[in-house]
Design a protein around this ligand. Structure first.
Ligand code: IPM
Ligand code: MG
Length: 355
């Protein structure tokens, strides 16, 4: 199969980790007889330096015309002083909304071999953590009207959701649950927010189409607490944009595997954007230290969700698991005193196993 992949390495460790993922995709294409064409685009700080804005219209158009987008990470202290609309993060938001990627899948999965890295007690972890966070990605307070009064004495961000926006993300969550343990927890703040009361009503209505999936509702403050008290009660969590931002950081941290977790942003078509959960870690950029696994696994998700290449995706995921189980570690997942290898070496180990 022939596929056109837009590659946005971004800032900080972005280029280090993305190049390992691209090499892995190249290996897959030659092994399985596909043709992947990579087009490199600038976004975030790299684009600010080159064009003065975090994302140009031209870049967005090019990304739209690709079959899929692979992204490293954007941002860094160099651009921290810029005003809101010029910050590197704005590129991410513009890509998400420009590509219509309303559904963000963030698995929080614990690797058995890395269990010690979790900050939770083993009695709480039990058999391991495996949660899928389904975050609404193009609505809510992130995209509502933003106001700063002319004298800067007040500011506001509007949180707004339509029935249609809630319905389509709810369906994605129930569909995901069907392939898992068939449980959905919808997280909101319906005791305070009007958007949450609508959210609850619409999600409950969608649930009627999925009688085989169990639904429960939880307030977001309680959910934040339950995630550390008893994470194993969760299967799929569906929630609005900002709650999902916050809870997905918490969920990834308790797995102890933040350098290992990928994410997929999907819309109604096949094109998606795939990126690691972690940030751009500017302090270790270019040093061959960063863990490329989350990005390599993001590339695997691209194969699965955008290209329907399940066998190829599984080959990458199995290789990662084998390499980790065999004791290979990058700096971030090595225990104190344990030996570790570099970014490139980790990428190469994974590719060796794929073959
Ligand atoms: C994330 C990030 C982004 C978000 C930032 C960088 C805009 O935190 O992908 O979770 O808030 O969505
Ligand atoms: Mg976040």
């Amino acid at each position: 199969m022939k596929k056109h992949i837009a590659v946005i390495s971004g800032d900080g460790i972005g280029p280090d980790i993305v190049s390992e993922a691209v090499k892995t995709l190249e290996r897959i294409s030659s092994l399985y007889g596909h043709e992947f064409e990579f087009e490199y685009l600038l976004a975030g700080g790299a684009s600010i330096d080159e064009y003065g804005v975090p994302l140009t219209q031209e870049t967005l158009e090019r990304a739209k015309s690709a079959d899929s987008v692979l992204l490293g990470a954007v941002g860094g202290p160099k651009w921290d002083g810029l005003e809101g609309r010029l910050r590197p993060e704005k590129a991410l938001l513009a890509l998400r909304s420009g590509l219509g990627l309303f559904c963000n899948l963030r698995p929080a999965l614990m690797y058995k071999a890395l269990e010690d890295a979790s900050p939770l007690k083993s009695s709480i972890i039990g058999e391991g953590i495996d949660i899928m966070i389904v975050r609404e990605l193009t609505g809510g307070i992130y995209f509502g009207e933003k106001t700063l009064s002319s004298d800067s004495s007040w500011a506001s961000d509007l949180m707004k959701y339509s029935v249609e926006e809630i319905e389509r993300i709810a369906r994605k969550a129930f569909d995901a649950a069907r392939k898992r343990k068939k449980r959905v927890t919808s997280v909101d703040k319906a005791n305070v927010l009007e958007t949450s009361r609508l959210w609850r009503k619409v999600v409950s209505r969608v649930a009627e189409d999925y009688p085989d999936v169990e639904l429960n509702h939880m307030y977001v403050d309680n959910a934040a607490m339950q995630l550390v008290r008893n994470p194993r009660q969760f299967d799929v969590i569906v929630t609005e944009n900002m709650f999902g931002d916050i809870l997905s950081d918490e969920a990834s941290m308790i797995t102890g595997s933040i350098g290992m977790l990928s994410s997929a942003s999907l819309g109604s078509g096949k094109c998606g954007m795939y990126e690691p959960i972690h940030g751009s870690a500017p302090d270790i950029a270019g040093k061959n230290i960063a863990n490329p696994i989350a990005t390599i696994l993001s590339a695997a998700s691209m194969l699965r969700y955008s290209f329907d290449m399940d066998v190829e995706a599984k080959a990458i995921e199995d290789a990662v698991e084998k390499v980790v189980n065999a004791g290979w570690r990058t700096f971030d997942i090595a225990k104190e005193g344990e030996k570790y290898i570099g970014t490139k070496e980790m990428g190469e180990k994974i590719r060796e196993v794929i073959e």
